[in-house]
Design a binder for this molecule. Sequence first.
Ligand code: ZN
Ligand code: ZN
Ligand code: ZN
Length: 369
Amino acid sequence: MESSDLYPITRLAAAREAAAVAGLDALLLTPGPDLRYVTGYEALPLERLTCLVLPVKGEAFLTVPRLELPAAEHSPASRLGIEFVPWEETDDPYAAVAARLGGVARVGLADRMWALQSLRFRDALPGAEQVLAGTVLRDLRMRKSPAEVAALREAGAAIDAVHAQVPGFLRAGRTEREVGRDIADAIIEAGHAVVDFVIVASGPNGASPHHELSDRVIQPGEPVVVDIGGQMPSGYCSDSTRVYCLGEPPAAFAKYYDVLLRAQEAACDAVRPGVSCESVDAAARDVITAEGYGEYFIHRTGHGIGLETHEEPYIVAGNAEPLAPGHAFSIEPGIYLPGAHGARIEDILVCTEEGGERVNHRPRELVVG
Ligand code: ZN
Ligand code: ZN
Ligand code: ZN
């Protein structure tokens, strides 16, 4: 996929417009998903300041350490026609940005800007109120373009290819860590640039939603929750959970796994434009609560996904945001019985005019091997 489709140069103007509407004087975007979204530049997050300065009135420029200039010039940011302003090791780049910006009353800082940098900007721009750039960029970033949806489908296919191999990695007698290493290798082999996380939660560990890997030896007959994801070279992320069982599962587990399957299906079916995020959460939660497992579903139903694994919109009670075409998010209800076992089923969906389109297609039934 061409970076011009995925990271169109029109984003600079769109971000400026959104900042103006929100009453900001400038956006200050340091390396991370906000900068990549607006420019396509995957800059290294360093203590030395790299920053896109996007004033509402005036010319945008990219401040870069002299030694990063070649990388910036070879990045998609070079298509934007903005000035690159290199700084030398003995310069104060914060003072230089402040001098060029002039008087500003409100600036939007990249959500993932380090405190190391935001506090330096506070000193360099003492009169300026600092707000999160995310409040301005969220609507843009939430509505995925057709090229972004294609990138999410590609990420979905890649993580599906890894799940297809998991039964071959899981054997009683192996540790979670050994299985996790094989999975991490497979995530890269399937085309990801980065492994974001590998959760292999066997038996009682399955009751902890974010358990990662341990040296616990996997036992016959145990359910194993496998939640994995990575970032593709495109920048877009994958995230999918399936549950495997080495032999026949405990009867109590099989009973609530069926409930979970219905809950996940109900939430996916609820997805369409105009429906609120909280009602999609309720669609899953109501099924689980009606069967008496409500107290064991201890997290929100899902999170947005794109350049970050967790971003807006969040599928959670209290979020009345209506879904719109292009919104992309996980549907991942779970049931967790402390000390015993747990289960979660997770797919990424894109909201289309017709309803929810899943980008993950592995069977969702319990995989008994
Ligand atoms: Zn999670
Ligand atoms: Zn996940
Ligand atoms: Zn997730």
